[in-house]
Design a protein around this ligand. Structure first.
Ligand SMILES: NC(=O)c1ccc[n+]([C@@H]2O[C@H](COP(=O)([O-])OP(=O)(O)OC[C@H]3O[C@@H](n4cnc5c(N)ncnc54)[C@H](OP(=O)(O)O)[C@@H]3O)[C@@H](O)[C@H]2O)c1
Length: 409
């Protein structure tokens, strides 16, 4: 293995440990997908469909439980994360922040969040004086992550921020720097690092259960409703969503390629596609495909789209076997099979433990100072790689990368 590949492998390891990574002072390259020309503001949205609120508020927690303010009561917060707080040993909902007063009242009542711990976006900065809140969990559209994270740190709170971290590496660096200044912790909510199949897949690939990895093929594909538009769906609005499917869904394929090869790519080529005259793709890409070359010789082939029949596949092929994860990174229903010298179908228990596992990791880090599995530096690394993917697509040329994911000029 060359010295460079050792360094790249080391950076993957470092990405897991907040304290070990240093931020370089050099300014990040301007993000091709963050040039939006307007600053988006937070605004309330209607109650999502099919939300099931608890009929009795959750029981109170042990005294050292971490109090979270949930910022943005959308689909993911209401349908996935908030119901899972009851499964976390050391996390509870202490406050809510929303731009929809009626939804705030209904959700607050259902979860037993006191009326004086319910905030509008205009009141957000007041959380600094609310001692019930230890941490903020940001579940807003991506274009708002940086601003709400920096303000939470200014208010003295720890931050759990949804993926993707932000719309540019410059914003990611701003978020990390704000956390350091405030001496508060920052975690990116990459839940699959707490999901049993993905954890086992990482271990299998580390012990070369499929031999030396030659290819990682990932497909994160879905079809956005043909009648939707950027005005009513923020995922199609560049100011809030960046380039579109890569940040939203393709990020899982990118992550998998890194945590399964356990390497950083040394170069990237890519293509994007945006159909003419389709209002869904007036601002974001319909499809992005990229190829990553890793120092070991492994090649990553990543496909993601908002205009394709659905898939959530990760397929690793080594020189003696293969690992197939299909679906690979969802909320539940994972399938995983190892082929080759070792043959096995995996059934590793309930994947939904990933939600509480993520909360427990962050709460333990806040209370005990322990390691965050998915720190801000990991989020920054991934945004740098997305910037490289867009730059490669724009120029039609391979982009070479330094071991920390920065583009080499
Ligand atoms: N880790 C995962 O598996 C996963 C899955 C899905 C989503 N996510 C992430 O979670 C975040 C939210 O996604 P989501 O699917 O929950 O989105 P969503 O259903 O559209 O909810 C977003 C919420 O953000 C608030 N908001 C504030 N300003 C807004 C604006 N200008 N436009 C739209 N909404 C605005 C609204 O809450 P109020 O009405 O309460 O103000 C809205 O309900 C994103 O960062 C996304 O990437 C992660």
């Amino acid at each position: 293995m060359s010295g460079t590949s050792l360094t790249r492998r080391r950076f993957i390891e470092l990405g897991r440990h907040t304290a070990a990574v240093t931020l370089a002072a050099a300014a990040a390259p301007a993000s091709v997908f963050a040039q939006v020309g307007r600053q988006e503001t937070a605004r309330g949205r209607p109650m999502p469909d099919d939300v099931s609120l608890p009929s009795t508020p959750p029981r109170s927690k042990r005294p050292d439980s971490v109090g979270y303010a949930i910022v943005g009561l959308g689909n993911y917060a209401l349908n996935q994360m908030m119901p899972r707080f009851s499964q976390s040993a050391r996390s509870h909902m202490a406050a809510l922040v929303s731009g929809n007063p009626e939804k705030l009242r209904r959700v607050g009542d259902a979860y037993g969040v006191p009326a004086d711990a319910r905030y509008s976006y205009e009141q957000y900065d007041r959380i600094g004086t609310d001692r019930r809140i230890d941490a903020v969990y940001i579940v807003l559209p991506t274009g708002l992550h940086a601003d709400y994270t920096v303000r939470a740190f200014a208010a003295g709170k720890h931050v759990l921020c949804e993926k993707p971290m932000a719309l540019s590496s410059a914003d990611c660096e701003r978020m990390i720097a704000a956390g350091r200044r405030a001496n508060r912790r920052l975690m990116i909510a990459y839940r699959v690092h707490f999901e049993p199949h993905n954890i086992e897949a990482m271990a299998l690939m580390r012990r070369r259960a499929a031999g030396n990895i030659r290819f990682v093929r990932t497909e994160q594909l879905s079809r956005t409703d043909p009648s939707s538009t950027p005005a009513e769906n923020w995922r199609l609005d560049k100011a809030l969503a960046g380039g579109g499917p890569l940040e939203d869904y393709g990020i899982y394929g990118l992550q998998a390629a890194l945590y399964l090869t356990n390497e950083m790519p040394e170069s990237i080529t890519a293509v994007t596609f945006r159909p003419a005259n389709d209002p869904r793709f007036a601002q974001v890409f319909a499809s992005v495909a990229s190829q990553l070359r890793f120092p070991s010789g492994a090649i990553g082939q990543l496909m993601t789209s908002y205009d394709s029949s659905g898939a959530n596949l990760v397929h690793v092929r080594g020189d003696t076997g293969a690992l197939i994860m299909d679906p690979a990174t969802g909320y539940k229903g994972h399938n995983m099979r190892l082929e080759g010298r070792e043959r096995r179908d995996f059934s590793l228990g309930d994947p939904t433990v990933q939600f509480a596992g993520q909360l427990d990791n962050f709460s333990d880090a806040i209370r005990d100072g322990s390691t965050i599995r998915t720190p801000g530096e990991m989020g920054l690394r991934d945004i740098r790689l997305m910037e490289a993917i867009y730059a490669a697509a724009e120029t039609g040329r391979a982009v070479r990368l330094s071991p920390d994911g920065r583009m080499l000029r």
